[in-house]
Design a protein around this ligand. Structure first.
Ligand SMILES: Cc1cc2nc3c(=O)[nH]c(=O)nc-3n(C[C@H](O)[C@H](O)[C@H](O)COP(=O)(O)OP(=O)(O)OC[C@H]3O[C@@H](n4cnc5c(N)ncnc54)[C@H](O)[C@@H]3O)c2cc1C
Length: 458
């Protein structure tokens, strides 16, 4: 197992340091057209688009813009939907082409935004691979590829060699659109663009209450109150902290990422990871792996921890989860088993029962965009922009209509498997399957080696 003895734990992210020019909090009362709450991907994208359209906009952020999951994620810009795509297809077979259009447009939107704003975030348009570590997972990627292709998605299948992914994987399916980046740098660039715009930004301004009525929506912070004609709730996992947010839309979950120490270019080259595509395994609870511009590998998830209650605590990863991830790394990348884990961080994400992000309104003046099921790097940004377009023009863009919820009717925020016991059972099933597949592999490799010939991967 890779060493975690000297791993640095942080309550922010390993990608970048916090900004040194944090804006002062709100200390007065005033009015505005639109108040956007939460300076993450969704909130900053919404505010920036509103400003571009000439709308008088205020952005309120509890810490600093980029403090949330936006700067903490794995940096894998996905172009397929999140969650269980086979289940999604069962629930929304007819709607799949519209869902794929939304998710692929979302990835394209972020790529254009990076270019338009000139953000240096080490973006590489190399796609992401649903990578199989067993024959069972390979079968699953084939079924998913069929569903996605039928819905119009741009995907390709292949062996590990054909996809240019490490020898430790069997093969899988690549989402051709999208890629990998340093998300901390993306959020830093987006923050600079928002600060340079006409948006009035107040950081260190936690919104504690939102009340409709009296000719607008009143947004309360400890230092001041804003009366807005419209409000956009863009605090993702944190949205459940207010009474106004519709209940049971999503559930907050904590997920963890880790980063290795720098690895020599020669050792990285020996992995056969020629495509540099990000990887997502097909376990019940996925593992993700990706190369970085600083010659490290960032990887994570494998275990998901459900929040006990609101408010969500500021926390760092659980050492037991970090050790479990280190074990996984040594298993997937045997030649790098001696590489140490340099740092770790995590963050809160929102998970829905439908595996789709949610957007809608409370009345006609409070909008929300939340819960991108671990795919918000593309989707939260795009949905935020579409909400701004709807507010500015009164027209709902087609891609927003795909996920729009007029009256939320979800029975449960998340499926049973996302309960504490369900998550443990999913993890145990994944480890059991890994064990079985490991034994089969050894048997195959032993036989092949004894026969003096071919050695199968994985
Ligand atoms: C470890 C990890 C790995 C992930 N990996 C990926 C990945 O590889 N690809 C991908 O697409 N997605 C990934 N995600 C998910 C993705 O990061 C999220 O879906 C996305 O950041 C959601 O964006 P957001 O703007 O809605 O929320 P956030 O980025 O969380 O922003 C919410 C903001 O609201 C602020 N806020 C909260 N409460 C208040 C309040 N009361 N008042 C004012 N402000 C408030 C917070 O400080 C924060 O800045 C990952 C997430 C995590 C945590």
């Amino acid at each position: 197992m890779s060493s975690t003895a000297n791993t640095t734990y942080t309550t922010f992210t390993g990608w970048v340091d916090p900004p040194t020019d944090i804006r002062p909090p709100l200390t007065e009362n005033f009015t505005c057209s639109v108040a956007v709450i939460g300076g993450g991907l969704a909130g900053m994208a919404t505010a920036l688009r509103l400003a571009e359209r000439g709308v008088d906009t205020v952005l309120l952020e509890s810490d600093f813009c980029g403090h949330g999951a936006g700067s903490r994620n794995a940096g894998q810009l996905a172009s397929a939907p999140g969650g269980d795509i086979q289940l999604l297809n069962l629930l929304y077979r007819k709607g799949m082409p519209a869902i794929i259009r939304l998710t692929e447009n979302a990835a394209g939107h972020v790529e254009s935004m990076i270019e338009k704003l000139g953000i240096d975030c080490d973006y590489e348009a190399v796609g992401n691979v649903f990578a199989a570590v067993s024959r069972g997972q390979l079968g699953r990627t084939r079924r998913i590829a069929k569903i996605l292709r039928r819905a119009g998605a741009h995907v390709e299948e292949g062996t590990a060699r054909e996809l240019g992914i490490p020898h430790g994987f069997l093969g899988g399916m690549r989402e051709i659109k999208g890629g990998i980046m340093n998300p901390g740098k993306l959020l830093r660039g987006l923050r600079s663009a928002v600060l340079a715009s006409t948006v009035r930004v107040f950081e260190q301004s936690k919104v504690v209450d939102i009340v409709r009525g009296n000719g607008g929506v009143t947004v309360e912070t400890p230092g001041g109150v804003i009366l807005a004609q419209k409000v956009v709730l863009a605090t993702n996992a944190y949205a459940g902290e207010w009474d106004i947010t519709p209940k049971r839309l999503s559930s907050p979950m904590w997920v963890t990422e880790v980063e290795t120490e720098p690895i020599s270019p020669q050792r990285l080259a020996a992995l056969g990871w020629t495509s540099r595509s990000g990887l997502i395994t097909q376990h019940n609870i996925m593992e993700n792996y990706r190369l970085t511009a600083r010659n490290t590998i960032v990887f994570g998830v494998r275990q998901i921890e459900r929040a006990a209650s609101y408010p969500l605590p500021e926390r760092h990863p659980d050492p037991a989860v970090v050790a479990d991830l280190a074990k996984a790394f040594a298993r997937r990348f045997p030649p790098l088993a001696d590489v140490a884990i340099d740092r770790t961080w995590g963050g809160w994400i929102g998970i829905t029962s439908t595996w789709l992000p949610v957007a809608g309104t409370v009345g006609d003046d409070v909008y929300y965009s939340l819960a991108c099921n671990g795919h918000g790097l593309a989707q939260a940004t795009y949905v935020g922009t579409l909400i701004a377009d709807r507010i500015a023009t009164g027209i709902t863009p087609d891609d927003l209509r795909t996920i729009w919820v007029d009256e939320p009717k979800f029975g449960h925020a998340v499926p049973m498997i996302m309960g504490r016991l369900g998550l443990r059972a999913a993890w145990t099933a994944d480890r059991f399957n890994d064990m079985i597949n490991g034994s089969k592999r050894h048997a195959r490799e032993g036989f092949a080696t004894a026969a003096g010939g071919f050695t199968a991967p994985a």
